[in-house]
Design a protein around this ligand. Sequence first.
Ligand code: PEP
Ligand code: MN
Length: 371
Amino acid sequence: MALLHALATRTGSGALFVRSITDTFACEDKTRTTMIVVMKQQATDEMIHSVAARIESMGLKAHVIVGTERTVIAAIGEKRDGEQETLSSLEEVDKVVPILAPYKVASRETKSEPTVVRSHDLILGGGHVGVIAGPCSVESEEQILESARQVKLAGATGLRGGAFKPRTSPYSFQGLKEEGLKLLAAAREETGLAVVTEVMTPDHVSLVGNYADVLQIGARNMQNYHLLQAVGESDKPVLLKRGPSASIDEFLLAAEYILDQGNAQVVLCERGIRTFETHTRFTLPLATVPYLRQRTHLPIVIDPSHGTGVASLVSPMAVAAIAADCDGLIIEVHPNPAEALSDGAQSLTPAQFADTMIRCRLVAEALSRSI
Ligand code: PEP
Ligand code: MN
């Protein structure tokens, strides 16, 4: 079983059939239960707290999810006889519904209205498309400031840039680390853009959180559960990238690790998966957008840069992602891609990015979405 799982997460297309077997194992645990306790519409804060306390006294974890119409409480934990009946009989409770999806707090069954994640002027979700743009890596003060000015001018509201870089080769540029974070913060000071940057280890969460507005979990770390729990304890929104060999259920369960720690501001990012195809760096499955939309209330962002690895393919895929109804884009832009220290081949020039934004806006407007 451990071997099958290792195969499934570390290899490419050859492991697809293995993954479906492990998913079946991963999702079934008959000793655990998740129920959604739907409060009566007129329930007061006091009543909600009292039901949450009752759930906890039964040895279950209570996640209060406040909606515009009513509040629900997800009760998660060890299965015991009579739990559902006990909770249904409480006066403040309307009904109790068992959640069948393996992911619980992320599920649309738990919360039907979309989650909207906001930071400065960056809005992801709820009919608004947020665009995050900037270089793969922060390289110098001049490079990040110039990138920030240009992407802001073209209409981005978020600035990306890696200070801690997860590089495939240990000999490649590893990022400017804290110095890079300081430069990102300076770029935010000047432009007002929300800073999105990667955190690679649990002990860096507070350092990165001191400078960043949104913590990025890279594709390579999607199943680094201690890191997911650490960002789950942070008060910053988290942009979670899909692992290149992770199934959608595994992706949503990774999000669940963050949500389970109490951080409700999770954004899902499709950045391409490993397939047999070699024309593009990864294969970018845009069906992820409508599929996730049906299953989760979390915002869905597309990364056409890593998803294709080829600058000339980025703009068409960005436009297609908007047509597929995504909540945001994250795009690599560099003042001089030929000189970039990482991912130059997939980075747009500022002019190409401005043109991409014009085309994205046309599609967004045609679909009555703001961008
Ligand atoms: C990045 O955003 O530069 C990055 C490393 O992305 P990913 O984790 O998707 O490979
Ligand atoms: Mn990159």
